[in-house]
Design a protein around this ligand. Structure first.
Ligand code: SF4
Length: 279
């Protein structure tokens, strides 16, 4: 059985479980990125009931929002109560890899009490390599639905509060598998991929590569300006004193993705990339 057929079968097998939680079936976490296009198409091919939902983060690239509105008008857009810039002030910090409050606030609450189809893949990162096809809100549960004992579901799959059951039907797909599926099915995709982005989503995400953040600086100067306004507010509150209230310098450090000490050392040794010193 090929990967596509297996993914379809996985989704079909889990539908009865999804329907036990919600009449509309699966919650499908849609982002407009290539992996979410694939899970959307697979759910259609599987003929299951699902509700595609996109978490609007307020720092989504305009190209991505246009692409989704035009090609996926049925996707439900869930907008945040507080945007990214205000969250920075609320948490009195810029988000970092160790402090990802924005994901917690803007993305993770969606789909509570549902079986949620997500498009994560082991090949994306070493952290994701440890993830499983079926989990409860990120907790390890089972390697595959084949091991899932449907008779015990009420005991084992008791989900409370913000919890949800996560189903990852393309967890074993490679980058090439994803693109080959998109091409084979003649699917439209967001223009940002042709602009050199490998992954698309929030602009200036602390998890994105240095190269991607450099591109964001070139392509989305308005977002940089808005983030700097929040940094200015933080400086007024007494944060980032190590940068002497220099908002541009705080931003340059933040997009470098390294510690303050390392950033300062790199600056002293002139090893900071030119683009991160661009004012
Ligand atoms: S910027 Fe990154 S860490 Fe923050 S919400 Fe977006 S994806 Fe999550």
């Amino acid at each position: 059985m090929g990967k596509t057929e297996r993914a379809i079968e996985t989704i079909q097998k889990a539908e009865s479980l999804a329907l036990k939680y919600q009449d509309y079936g699966f919650h499908l976490a849609f982002s407009g990125g290539k992996d979410s296009l694939v899970i959307y198409k697979l759910a259609q091919m599987a003929g299951v009931k699902f509700r595609p939902v996109m978490q609007v983060t307020s720092i989504d690239p305009p190209e991505l929002m246009r692409f989704v509105r035009l090609n996926y008008p049925d996707v439900i857009m869930e907008r945040p109560e507080m945007n990214f810039y205000k969250l920075i002030i609320k948490y009195m910090s810029l988000p970092t890899m160790n402090r990802r409050f924005c994901c917690k606030e803007l993305k993770e609450g969606s789909g509570s009490g549902t079986v949620t189809i997500i498009g994560i893949r082991k090949a994306e990162s070493s952290k994701r390599a440890k993830r499983n096809e079926l989990e409860i809100s990120g907790r390890k549960y089972s390697n595959s639905l084949d091991q899932f004992n449907i008779d015990n579901e009420n005991q084992v799959l008791c989900i409370k509060g913000k919890d949800k059951i996560l189903l990852s039907p393309i967890i074993d797909w490679s980058h090439a598998d994803v693109w080959s599926f998109i091409r084979k099915n003649d699917m439209e995709y967001c223009s940002l991929y042709d602009m050199g982005y490998n992954r698309i989503g929030c602009m200036f995400c602390p998890y994105s590569s240095k190269k991607s953040k450099q591109r964001d600086r070139q392509n989305f100067p308005g977002v940089e300006r808005e983030i700097k306004k929040s940094i200015y507010e933080l400086c007024k509150m007494g944060k980032y004193t190590e940068f002497n209230m220099d908002v541009d310098e705080v931003f340059n450090w933040w997009v470098s993705g390294v510690s303050v000490a390392k950033y300062k050392a790199m600056k002293q040794n002139y090893t900071i990339d030119y683009n991160f010193n661009k004012q």
